[in-house]
Design a protein around this ligand. Sequence first.
Ligand SMILES: NC(=O)c1ccc[n+]([C@@H]2O[C@H](COP(=O)([O-])OP(=O)(O)OC[C@H]3O[C@@H](n4cnc5c(N)ncnc54)[C@H](O)[C@@H]3O)[C@@H](O)[C@H]2O)c1
Length: 394
Amino acid sequence: MEEKIKLGVVGLGNMGSSHLAYLKDMENIQVVAVCDILKNRADAMAEQYDADAYYSHEDMFAKATLDAVIIATPHFSHTPITVHAFQKGLHVLCEKPIAVHVDDAKRMLEAYEKAKLKNPHLIFGMMFQERTAPHFIKIKDILTSGELGRLTRVTWINTHWFRSQAYYDSGGWRATWAGEGGGILTNQCPHNLDMYNWLFGLPKTVDGFAHIGKFHNIEVEDEVTAYFEHEDGMIGHFIVCTGECPGVNRLEIVGENGTLLYQDQKLIFYKNRQSMITYCKESTRIFGTVENWETKIPIDYSKPQSHRTVTEHFAAGILKGNQSELIATGNEGLNPVMLANAIMLSSFERHRVELPLDGADYAKWLEKLAKNSRFLKAKTKNNDKIADLSDSAN
Ligand SMILES: NC(=O)c1ccc[n+]([C@@H]2O[C@H](COP(=O)([O-])OP(=O)(O)OC[C@H]3O[C@@H](n4cnc5c(N)ncnc54)[C@H](O)[C@@H]3O)[C@@H](O)[C@H]2O)c1
């Protein structure tokens, strides 16, 4: 392949347009084609970025000379567009979530495996830019080092996802079972669910409690509390909401050797002088506790982060023919969706769900919900408006 990757972008709304804004400055990528079902939008972006306009991905894949594609369309369409891209032998960088439900995600991964039989160097990346955030890199580093010892509890309260009704009104597909297939777990929290899985792995069981349209005029969930149990006994709490303001993003990780607390770009380590588990078993002091010291862990925020970094790694993966260059692989898209589906299934059916989840049960729920999806969006001036993503917290 020539050194410049010929790239197409499908979906030119909030995220697609924001990808285009940095792609124009990337040396090893040339955006040759842009695609949106809204003709005006595709034409405007094509003119702005000196690319060819297409109004269907089929047409773009048939006519444009492409090496790779970024898919930034509403979630349900990630599956058919990605599968089609792999059939055409294109490298794919897919926006989060990989898909709305486990079965669709598996279809994409199967298409990838099939396409790799023809080109073993084909790249499938996920846009999980939160993994480039310096505080999460530091937390991952500390957990990998084993300094915390055995983990006993993780509590993540992330209510920094406030969204107004205007946001939900801004796209006809948003927050409907038929158009989006879910609420906060499907739209905002794929990042957090990916992070949970990246840092702690998949739990063994999931209990979920989801409130549907509690703060907004929507038909999907906007407040969720989940309780996880892991194989080794660690428990997890996952509390998220789009209706709380001011919200908080507070992650507590408790290990036998101390507690790691992340909030407001600050990472504090309350280090136990000895293992709390050993102390608990062996101490003869009736009301004694383990002595601990507070340490503020420095985080280097000068390092590059966010979407562009993920795309740079995607480009490096293509040029070096090596999937290990990626920040997040397509395969890693599956577990966050599995967690989201398991939480909702548990909430709908009011019982504990075991992982790994067989996708069929939740797919049936979704099919039923989508069929009965009655939600009609009020026509407002925000319908189909491109939003300024810099306002988005987290
Ligand atoms: N990584 C992130 O930080 C981040 C942030 C926002 C959105 N996203 C993801 O990006 C995706 C798009 O979200 P958005 O906020 O940009 O939505 P949006 O509604 O602003 O934009 C979607 C665009 O896709 C177009 N479209 C719809 N179906 C299409 C199709 N079949 N072919 C071509 N174009 C099509 C629409 O006309 C629209 O212009 C979602 O999956 C979302 O989860 C990721």
